[in-house]
Design a binder for this molecule. Structure first.
Ligand SMILES: Cc1ncc(COP(=O)(O)O)c(C=O)c1O
Length: 328
């Protein structure tokens, strides 16, 4: 937490950590205390829980659609500082109407696509057109540009959009980008004004593979027990897809067993993890407890009621995962 904060501070980039990874208000408060400008949430349900816990500056980079969700968003905007994104006229018009009804002024960033092929406008001209549309609404403010993930296409997209908008004196105040694998490269992108990293708070097997964190920095693991060893080379853990999710995120196997790094978790039933240890010199025994670093900490967090915080082998605190399942 402190290392990323210091790095971003030293480059004048505002830190907006993504709390979808931990979903725990106490950790969000620690991120703010360490110097974050605000937090990022992915769903309105998360924002509601964080706002209730006292978080006051929240970025929601999501297209909010439909009367029920727009009402919840505007009610939040009456209590806290909140900004959102849009990538279509449909979303902008919905936001404009709801903001007017609730007499709220809502900052809106335009999301652009840098290659993920998820949400986001496709060209700088489309980004500029949407910015103009936002600016024309009495209760919306065009606040800048947002993308995920940060990559080599980001800067030129922002520069080209800016060039169009500047002719009409519309300024791009915020350029918000994100992604843990790319976080240490943020300073190589002069257009970036703020950063959203999520996984950095814990780390996982995917983060290790990306090179953004080292094994000794990874804080997240699931302690499992070997409940069966039906053959000399195959064992069963008491955690399956309901513990680890089925996220492969492009990796081979489903997790790293610290005590047996050569072992391979090759498949899951709901409550059973199937692992092969034919490449291990020592073989795990029934009853052994194994520490597994999952592939993707964000999905695993959402499957557990609590996170146990341990320092030097001693339990310091147990955090309820307050925004667990808050996906609506
Ligand atoms: C919009 C957005 N911002 C930021 C992030 C954080 O990225 P990471 O999980 O790599 O830290 C994500 C992750 O999915 C995201 O979807």
């Amino acid at each position: 937490m402190q290392r990323l904060q210091s790095y971003l501070d030293s480059h004048g980039i505002a830190n907006w950590p993504h709390i979808k990874t931990h979903k725990i208000p106490a950790i969000a408060q620690m991120q703010i205390a360490a110097g974050a400008a605000g937090i990022t949430c992915q769903k309105i349900g998360e924002v509601e829980i964080m706002a209730q816990a006292g978080l006051r500056n929240i970025f929601l980079p999501y297209n909010i659609i439909g009367e029920a969700k727009l009402n919840r968003l505007m009610e939040l905007a009456q209590q806290i500082e909140i900004s959102v994104t849009a990538d279509s006229a449909f979303v902008v018009d919905g936001l404009a109407q709801a903001a007017q009804q609730h007499q709220v002024t809502m900052p809106v960033l335009v999301e652009f696509d840098t290659g993920l092929a998820r949400c986001g406008v496709q060209t700088p001209q489309q980004a500029a057109d949407l910015a103009y549309r936002i600016d024309r609404q009495s209760n919306l403010v065009f606040d800048g540009l947002m993308t995920y993930p940060l990559n080599e296409r980001t800067d030129s997209f922002v520069q080209q959009t800016r060039a169009i908008l500047e002719k009409d004196r519309v300024s791009v105040r915020r350029v918000s980008v994100g992604g843990t694998p790319q976080m240490w490269q943020a300073h190589e992108h002069p257009v970036v004004t703020e950063y959203r990293a999520g996984m950095y708070i814990y780390g996982d097997r995917y983060t290790l593979k990306s090179g953004a964190m080292k094994l000794e920095e990874v804080a997240f693991s699931v302690i499992t027990t070997v409940v069966s060893r039906p053959t000399p080379d195959r064992g069963i853990l008491d955690g399956g897809s309901k513990t680890f999710s089925s996220d492969l995120v492009g990796l081979d196997g489903y997790g790293l067993i610290l005590e047996y790094p050569q072992a391979r978790i090759y498949s899951f039933s709901e409550e059973h993890g199937h692992f092969d240890f034919s490449d291990c010199l020592e073989k795990p025994e029934i009853g052994e407890r194994l520490t597994v670093i999952p592939n993707h900490c964000c999905s695993v967090t959402n499957l557990f009621n609590e996170i146990v915080a341990v320092r030097d082998g001693v339990v310091e605190t147990i955090w309820p995962v307050a925004a667990r399942g808050a996906v609506q």
